[in-house]
Design a binder for this molecule. Structure first.
Ligand SMILES: [Zn+2]
Length: 114
């Protein structure tokens, strides 16, 4: 039984629930929420965001992990970063023929400019 179903069972079967009981259940659910909170910093670009990507497909997640080895899908990513990596996943030919690494691309752009 998942956490929401367990919470429902607890409420449904309770003889009585106080305001404090309901608030405790609500807090417990909020803490279980997967993904970062609104206004938290994106682990990829480090900018605060309220627009977290709702879903990150596995090929996109693999590209993110190529740049951020410790990153996991539950860490989340802002919509902007998720879009950038999704673009890389779909169009590797547009970034030097290699389907990796925005970090690497940035580094090579910098070295080309010298
Ligand atoms: Zn970001």
């Amino acid at each position: 039984m998942g956490a929401p179903a367990a919470a429902f069972e607890r409420i449904w079967n309770a003889q009585a629930l106080s305001h404090a009981d309901l608030m405790a259940l609500a807090r417990a659910q909020a803490e279980r929420r997967i993904g970062p909170k609104p206004g938290a910093r994106c682990p990829l670009c480090n900018f605060p965001t309220h627009q977290w990507a709702r879903e990150i497909a596995e090929p996109v997640a693999a590209l993110i992990r190529a740049d951020f080895a410790a990153w996991q899908a539950d860490d989340g990513a802002c919509e902007r970063c998720a879009e950038r990596y999704a673009f890389l996943a779909q169009a590797p030919d547009l970034v030097g023929g290699r389907p990796h690494s925005l970090r690497e691309g940035r580094r090579s752009i910098c070295t080309d400019e010298k």
